[in-house]
Structures are given as structure tokens and as C-alpha cells.
Design a protein around this ligand. Structure first.
Ligand SMILES: Nc1ncnc2c1ncn2[C@@H]1O[C@H](COP(=O)(O)OP(=O)(O)OP(=O)(O)O)[C@@H](O)[C@H]1O
Ligand SMILES: [Mg+2]
Length: 624
């Protein structure tokens, strides 16, 4: 079996020690008990009743048959026959009704656990660090934990319950049968133990198959989304990727089908052999008993009980073994949920509050280095610079230079491997995350396009404060200069946006305008704008350009941009190259320095000779 994940990391052996499986089952049972005590207790009670019922029924049946046989010889003995008939009627009724009760309890337990565990998994994911969630090597763990965790746990409990019910049935039937035919005590274990081993291995193989399949299953979902998703469909159509995607999708699904087929076939052959041996053994004994009845050393009642009980015993043993192996399979899945919920990221939550800051935060980076997990080369190394309160600093550099990464470090989304970041004089890793969140506004380069109303798309910027204050949201939209966009929407701020659920789909630039307004919604003292105008038309960009100083008034701003008009506005410019600060200074200083920045600026001027000098923010462009 495959012992490595697709990225070559060793994974924990699926065949965990038996003790660990037992521990997982206990963990699951404890969790179910804590969440739905009544349902678990009810299920346990019904389990015991249904466990002993067949043996009781067999005993009553024997009494009935013996009473009938006796009554044939001596009619006065017939008086007991109706008693046994009523007893059989009651037992049959109990058996029928408890079956439905059991089904009801199973379904209810599954629903309760699914609601509880699915939420617990998503909640736990929200507490994990971003680097953990972004690590492709962990995606499989997250995916496995996310796939119907409650159903898996309910499945484990159900299979354990069936195992115990069938175990009680088999043991009590065996006790009844051994009295009549002692050899049963030999035949049953001789057949059952190898069959149990076989089913156990099969369950392990089924789990290993599912385990190894997670990454491929994720690929298959990706291909299917690419072919059918509303955002992806236009490009896949133009590129005619359909046939290629379909080929890859089909090949994955056919691979799954073929491996499942071999597992199912193994199950069919193994189970048939086990059943054959068991039937031969039991019915051999049945023939012996029939002979004994003819000899007079056993009663007709014995024969009747053997007929009913032996068949039932065979089914119980078979079912007990099957459900035990299924419980094993489910416990392996539940172990994934347990492992995920037990994952702790090493980050310790900071406790310090930031001092009050008016007119913007101060920011200081000292020798900051950072690598993404699993990457050899650091993205950033030895970064130091300082931003004074209220200043605007531009981060400049080629694609992949590390600008977005640095912005995320400053926002506290990642922690530096070395060095420190001080916000208002406090080491960032010591700051209470809630406090930090209130201080920092971030307009992302890959901004969100939230399925929701336009008001929500803005209000999410500070939803605790804004979601029930539409007038404030309107004011923010006006301040961000997007009221023309809002007015053009059929229902203004209440228009539902997005392709999945929305009435209206916006253009890329319109979404970015909303993202800008969202970033401005929070009154943070540090605002980070990562390529905030990349999708905007010249007019919209110019509007922002004019308003920029007012928009970031009383805040410290960090702006990432490739646009020289924007960059030149900054009080200070930091040029990143190869993960280091190559140069820093004002626009004029950097031009005078004749370094990387000056070279980039000259390149830009050559490409756009008519753009002329950088425009004065007070001047409106000619083309308007
Ligand atoms: N989540 C991530 N996991 C691993 N590596 C990443 C991740 N994000 C970025 N990188 C890598 O870090 C490097 C810097 O990326 P970053 O996004 O910071 O560049 P950038 O300067 O913002 O580029 P651009 O101008 O294209 O926006 C790139 O080489 C990229 O491959
Ligand atoms: Mg970037």
C-alpha cells in the first residue's frame, strides 16, 4: 500500500496499532455521549433487547413445538399451546418495532453528529494558522476531516452497535444450540475466526484505497469544477479544454472504479467461501440431529429450534464480523477527524494591547526573514525599514519579489522566521490578534468577490460594526467614490452580487472598487493596499489618485503598486529585489540615485512617452 502522500511526505501508517483504533472508537463514543446522551443511551437499550430476542424466540418456539407434539399424544396438554402462541406474537411484535426504533435512533444520531462535527471541523480550521491552511501537504488532512465527519462517527457507532447486537445474538443462540448439539461450539469459531481476519484485512484495504485516493479525488473535483464552474467556463470553452479535462476526469474515475471492482470481487469470493464452509458445517450438524430425533435421543422441538436458530446464528455471526470490519473502516476515517481536531498550530496567541494611536500607526521592521513552508529559498531576508505615523510608503518590485508576502507579514497573517515587526512599538507576535485586526485594514491583490449584497461586500470590511448600519455603508461607498456604481445596480446596495447565487455579476474593475470600499470600511490606523487599482479604468484610477490623501488621512498607508503615478505620491519608496530591500527613499531621491528604481522608471517613460511627467494630483487628465 502507498505509504507516502503525493508530495512525498511520509504519512502515518493507516494500519495503526489496535490500541489506537480502540482509542479512536472511545474518543468517538465519548464525543457522541457528550453531545447526544439520550440517543446513545436509547440505542444501547434497544441493542440489548434486540441482542437477546432471537434466543428467547428460539426457546419459546421449542416450548411451543414440544407442547404441540405433547398435545398430539395427550389432548389435555394443549392448554399451554395458546400461552406460547401469545408469547411468540409479543416477541415478534417487539422485534419488529425495535427495528424501526433502532433505525430512528441511528438517523437521529447521524443528524446530530453531522451538525455538530461539521461545524466543529470548520470552526477548528478557522483557528489554524494561514500557513497551515495554505500548505498543500495538509490539504488532504483537511479534506479527509471535512468529508461528512458526523456521518463517519455515526457510522462507527452504528457498526459497533450492530457488532454488539449480533455478538449478543450469536452468543445467546450458541448457548441454546450447544445444549442440543455441542459440536456447534467447535464449528462456529473454526469458521468465524479466519473469516473475521479476512474481513478485517478487506476493511483495511478499503480504507487504504480511500486514503490514497484523497488527492486524486481532489483533482477530479477540480477538473469537474473547471469544466462546469461559472467563473471558469468561458476560458475553458475558448481554449476548448473540455475534451482534455474530460479525458483526465474519466481516467481518474475509471481508476477508482477498477480498484473498487477488485475490492468488491475479493469480498464476494471470500464471503462465499466462508458461507459455504459455515453452511456445510451447520447443516451437517442438522443432519446428525435429525438422525438423533429418529433414534429418539432428541425431541422434535430440538430439531425445530435448531432449524430456526442455526440459520439465525449463521446470519448473526456473518453480520457481527462484517460490522466489526466496517467499524474498523469507519474508525480509520474517524481517526482523521480526531487527528485534525487535535492539530494545534504552534503559534501562541499574543496578549498585549496596542497603545492608542492617533494619526496613524508607526511601523518598524528589523531584519525580517520569511520562507513559505516546504520552500528552500527564503522569500524575504533581512528586511529592515521604518514607517512613521501618517506616512505613505510604497512597496515596489518585480513580480514575485515578495511584496504581497511582506504585506501579509505586516498584517500578522504570517509570522517572520527571523527578525521582528513592531507596530506602534509592540512586537507583532505579542499583540492580541483581535486588537491587531481592528488596527489593520487590508485591500488584497486577490480580493474577495463575496456572494452577497453590495452592502455586505462593503460591510464585511468591519461587519461587527456595520452589518446593521446601512447608512454608514452608504457613507463609506460615497467616500470611496463608488456611489455611481451602486446607483447603477438594480437594487442599489441591496443587490445580490455574484455568479453562484447573485442577480448581478460585476466586472473585474467593479469588484475591485467594492474591495476598495471594503478596505476603507474599517477605521484601522494602518492601511495596506496591495495593487488596489490594477483592474480600474483610467478615470476610476484617477479618482482614487485624487482622493488618495483624503482616503488614507490619519492613517499610515502601505501601498503596493506598479503604477508610477501612485508610487510617486508616497513619502517613502521601498524597492524589493530578490527578497531584500534594494533601495529606499523618495521618488526624487531614488531617481537621483540612478539605481533599480530609476531604471524601472525610465523603462516606463520609454513605453509611455506621451504620459509625460507625473501628474500633479490637483490637475485633471487631458483626455477628460
Ligand atoms: N501561499 C504561498 N505559498 C508558497 N509560496 C508562495 C505563496 N505566496 C507566494 N509565494 C511565493 O513567494 C514569492 C513572492 O510572492 P509574492 O506574492 O509575495 O510576490 P509579489 O511581489 O507580490 O508579486 P506580484 O507583483 O506578482 O504580486 C513567489 O515566488 C511565490 O511563488
Ligand atoms: Mg503581489
Amino acid at each position: 500500500m502507498n505509504q507516502r502522500t503525493s508530495n512525498g511526505r511520509p504519512r502515518p501508517r493507516a494500519a495503526s496499532p489496535r490500541r489506537q483504533r480502540f482509542a479512536t472508537a472511545l474518543w468517538g463514543l465519548r464525543l457522541a455521549w457528550a453531545e447526544c446522551r439520550l440517543l446513545v443511551a436509547g440505542s444501547g437499550a434497544v441493542m440489548v433487547v434486540r441482542g437477546v430476542l432471537p434466543a428467547v424466540l428460539a426457546l419459546v418456539l421449542k416450548e411451543l413445538v414440544d407442547a404441540v407434539v405433547e398435545a398430539l399424544a395427550a389432548p389435555e396438554a394443549a392448554a399451554t399451546v395458546p400461552v406460547w402462541l401469545v408469547a411468540i406474537f409479543v416477541l415478534a411484535l417487539v422485534e419488529g418495532i425495535t427495528w424501526f426504533q433502532q433505525r430512528y435512533l441511528d438517523l437521529r444520531l447521524e443528524d446530530e453528529l453531522e451538525a455538530h462535527l461539521s461545524v466543529a471541523v470548520v470552526h477548528h480550521a478557522s483557528t489554524l494558522s494561514l500557513t497551515f491552511l495554505e500548505d498543500p501537504g495538509r490539504r488532504d488532512l483537511i479534506d479527509r476531516a471535512r468529508s461528512n465527519p458526523g456521518q463517519r462517527l455515526a457510522g462507527l457507532i452504528r457498526q459497533l452497535r450492530i457488532t454488539v447486537t449480533m455478538g449478543i445474538q450469536a452468543a445467546s443462540l450458541l448457548a441454546v444450540l450447544v445444549v442440543i448439539e455441542p459440536w456447534v461450539a467447535v464449528v462456529i469459531p473454526v469458521v468465524s475466526i479466519p473469516f473475521l481476519g479476512f474481513q478485517w484485512r478487506l476493511a483495511q484495504r478499503r480504507y487504504d484505497e480511500q486514503h490514497a485516493r484523497v488527492t486524486k479525488a481532489r483533482w477530479s473535483r477540480y477538473y469537474s469544477d473547471l469544466a462546469t464552474g461559472p467563473y471558469e467556463a468561458p476560458e475553458t470553452r475558448i481554449l476548448d479544454l473540455g475534451p482534455l479535462l474530460l479525458r483526465r476526469y474519466r481516467s481518474l474515475l475509471e481508476g477508482f472504479r477498477d480498484r473498487d471492482k477488485s475490492l468488491h470481487r475479493g469480498d464476494l469470493v471470500g464471503s462465499s467461501v466462508a458461507t459455504l464452509v459455515l453452511v456445510v458445517g451447520l447443516y451437517g450438524l442438522f443432519a446428525r440431529l435429525a438422525f438423533d430425533v429418529l433414534q429418539g435421543s432428541a425431541t422434535v422441538g430440538d430439531l425445530a429450534i435448531f432449524t430456526g436458530a442455526a440459520g439465525r446464528l449463521r446470519a448473526s455471526v456473518d453480520q457481527a464480523i462484517r460490522s466489526l470490519s466496517q467499524a474498523l473502516e469507519e474508525s480509520l476515517f474517524v481517526a482523521n477527524v480526531e487527528e485534525f481536531l487535535g492539530t494545534r498550530t504552534t503559534e501562541v496567541r499574543g496578549q498585549r494591547r496596542l497603545p492608542p494611536s492617533t494619526g496613524g500607526s508607526s511601523l518598524r521592521l528589523l531584519d525580517v526573514s520569511f520562507s513559505y513552508p516546504g520552500r528552500d529559498r527564503p522569500v524575504l531576508s533581512g528586511i529592515s525599514f521604518e514607517v512613521r505615523p501618517g506616512e505613505t510608503t510604497a512597496l515596489v518590485g518585480e513580480n514575485g519579489a515578495g511584496k504581497t508576502t511582506l504585506a501579509k507579514l505586516i498584517a500578522g497573517l504570517y509570522r517572520p522566521d527571523e527578525g521582528s515587526i513592531l507596530l506602534d512599538g509592540v512586537e507583532l507576535r505579542d499583540v492580541d490578534p483581535d486588537d491587531l485586526r481592528d488596527r489593520v485594514s487590508f485591500i488584497f491583490q486577490s480580493f474577495g468577490r463575496y456572494e452577497g449584497t453590495a452592502a455586505e461586500n462593503i460591510g464585511f470590511g468591519d461587519w461587527r460594526r456595520l452589518l446593521d448600519r446601512p447608512d454608514e455603508i452608504e457613507a463609506i461607498a460615497r467616500r470611496a467614490g463608488i456611489d455611481p456604481l451602486v446607483r447603477a445596480l438594480p437594487e442599489g446596495l441591496s443587490t445580490l452580487l455574484g455568479r453562484r447565487f447573485g442577480q448581478v455579476t460585476l466586472s473585474g474593475g467593479q469588484w475591485q472598487q467594492l474591495a476598495l470600499a471594503r478596505g476603507l470600511a474599517r477605521n484601522g490606523s494602518l492601511i495596506i493596499l496591495d495593487e488596489p487599482t490594477a483592474n480600474l479604468d483610467p478615470r476610476a484610477e484617477y479618482e482614487i489618485f485624487l482622493r488618495f490623501k483624503a482616503l488614507v488621512a490619519d492613517r499610515t498607508a502601505l501601498i503596493v503598486s506598479h503604477r508610477f503615478s501612485t508610487i510617486a505620491m508616497a513619502d517613502n519608496i521601498i524597492v524589493l529585489a530578490d527578497g531584500r530591500v534594494a533601495e529606499s527613499g523618495s521618488h526624487a531621491e531614488l531617481l537621483a540615485r540612478e539605481g533599480t528604481y530609476a531604471a524601472l522608471y525610465r523603462l516606463h517613460r520609454e513605453q509611455m512617452p506621451n504620459e509625460g511627467q507625473l501628474r500633479d494630483p490637483g490637475e485633471r487628465p487631458d483626455r477628460r
